[in-house]
Ligand binder design. Sequence first.
Ligand code: ASP
Ligand code: MG
Length: 414
Amino acid sequence: MKFGGTSVADIGRIRNVAQHVKREVDAGNEVAVVVSAMSGKTNELVGWAREMAPLHDAREYDTIVATGEQVTVGLLSIELQRIGIQARSWLGWQIPIRTDGAHAAARIQEIDGSELIRRFGEGQVAVIAGFQGLAPDNRITTLGRGGSDTSAVAIAAAVHADRCDIYTDVDGVYTTDPRIVAKARKIDKISYEEMLEMASLGAKVLQTRSVELAMVHRVRLQVRSSFEAPDASLNDDGSKNYFPGTLVCDEEEIVEQQVVSGIAYSKDEAKITLVKVEDKPGVAARIFGPLADNSINVDMIVQNVSDDGQSTDMTFTVPQAELARAEDIIQKVRQDISAREVRTDTNVVKVSIIGIGMRSHAGVAKTMFKTLADKGINIQAITTSEIKVSVLISSEYTELAVRALHTAYGLDAE
Ligand code: ASP
Ligand code: MG
């Protein structure tokens, strides 16, 4: 069971979390609970580190920001004990959750679950701090923002859990953002592949890395709300219903497969256009090589055929937070490739349709392009994979585009 920041935001909510845990324990389950810091806490800690010095030692940053979770594991353990459940808190280093040494963005390498499993046998509930681990040199690491989802999946894999329940402030994964589409529907079951695309294309409900890990280890993930009454999973007839949220699972488990399962959007992209670059071998490598060397992730790329055989435009997108750095790098290579000009645009949004049904259905992209055309929305760039199509459009059309596509693919709730 994993509880995010809003679910442990204050003493009252932590008591509520304890009731969810109690329900599972009473049902005869062995339980490990992973918790985040109280909502807003990590931001405050990050702010303090920055205030002390904008550029600071990442090892000390981790020492500071890992403390938020230490508070919540202690509090939850006390509350569980108070209501008669044997509980013990665990920090990352005590298990240990071994990571690499990439401070502030560490990746989990190994978790020995044997001690936790032994304690389950004694009837103990393990209350584990999310987001943190132990570097090879025994310093504290953190996994990157939102990392406690990943902690939870990794723990679930390490103790061979039947399920990993991610409790959050929404009651599941929706076909699109319910804040902009009132007719968005909760998805009952979604495949790992689709969830991975949804998360990386802008749906904020799960950290992308956690879905990746769940897919690799085949951990069944269930996204559900911590705000429903702890006993709301009882049906009217008193039988237990443990699947009220969204189950992220193997595609074989999904009987009724939609062609398009969801629509995501991301305003985090920025567009860069190199006007009139030479059309000859090696140019793309000279543009994208230096960006890669500086760890800037390029997402969409469009290059036109030149009509004169001499020069063409090259357009691509980078994360908005990296735009200034990327522009700097591109200005340096501009002369080298005799590009006339560099243009940037941050008023763009990437809208994506996602669905494993696309693998076997023709005409899915056509519907997308036609729908956008009917609304007079111009497409600036396109990328596709086996199970998604993304388009870059002007950000003023975000709502219009997402709503129209939601209807076009038959996703609207009645
Ligand atoms: N507390 C950490 C953060 O805010 C980890 C998490 O909540 O998943 O990023
Ligand atoms: Mg989170």
